[in-house]
Ligand binder design. Structure first.
Ligand code: IMP
Length: 190
């Protein structure tokens, strides 16, 4: 099975991603500089599995102390369309009560996952909720999400309305290990 052979075209190269991740990390470092001496560092929460590479690369470049935790969210199963009701398992190890939270996502598509996640984290008492997503597909938004408190929205790249894989993003749990983001050939999932 050839990984690259299933890709129609590359949208964001490894180099472009690396440069953008550095820029995002620098923005986050500046915005959270004031928390560097605080007794409660921000909590970076990665949405597994898709955000695992992005989160790993991002936090290595952020210059303030932070907690890292993961939650699991799934709305696609083995298809390419969100079923609108994400399954979220919020088994956090870090208590987010009165802490600044930065949710790290691979892609915001309909917005369902983020809206559910933000309301769950808000109910756990987070003092602010920011979102850092590698990709945003605004053309497919169905649900608006509200950041909490002083929360900010950080976005790597705006993504055209295609099904993309690589750099953590999957189709049926495959292609996550591609170092770039590319458009999957439609014949693979049709
Ligand atoms: P939403 O709830 O519709 O915003 O979907 C968010 C989740 O759907 C993301 O975290 C991804 O796991 C998945 N997703 C959305 N678009 C794509 C895509 O183009 N490729 C791979 N996964 C995607």
């Amino acid at each position: 099975m050839a990984l690259d052979g299933d890709i129609d075209r590359i949208l964001f190269t490894e180099e472009q991603i690396s440069k953008r991740v550095s820029e995002l990390a620098s923005l986050i470092s500046d915005d959270f500089a004031a928390t560097a001496d605080s007794p409660s560092p921000p909590v970076v929460i990665g949405v597994a599995t898709g955000a695992f590479l992005f989160l790993a690369d991002l936090v290595r470049k952020v210059k303030v102390p932070l907690y890292v935790d993961f939650i699991r969210a799934e709305s696609y199963g083995c298809g390419t369309k969100s079923n609108g009701a994400p399954r979220i398992s919020l088994a956090l190890k870090v208590d987010v009560q009165d802490k600044h939270v930065i949710v790290v996502e691979d892609i915001v598509d309909t917005g369902n996952t983020l809206a559910s996640l933000i309301s769950l984290l808000k109910s756990k008492g987070a003092s602010s909720i920011s979102v850092c997503t590698l990709l945003d597909k605004p053309a497919r938004r169905k649900v608006d999400f509200q950041l909490v408190g002083e929360g900010k929205f950080y976005c790597g790249f705006e993504c055209p309305d295609h099904f993309v894989v690589g750099y953590g993003l999957d189709f049926a749990e495959l292609y996550r290990n591609l170092p770039y983001v590319g458009v999957l050939k439609p014949e693979i999932y049709k």
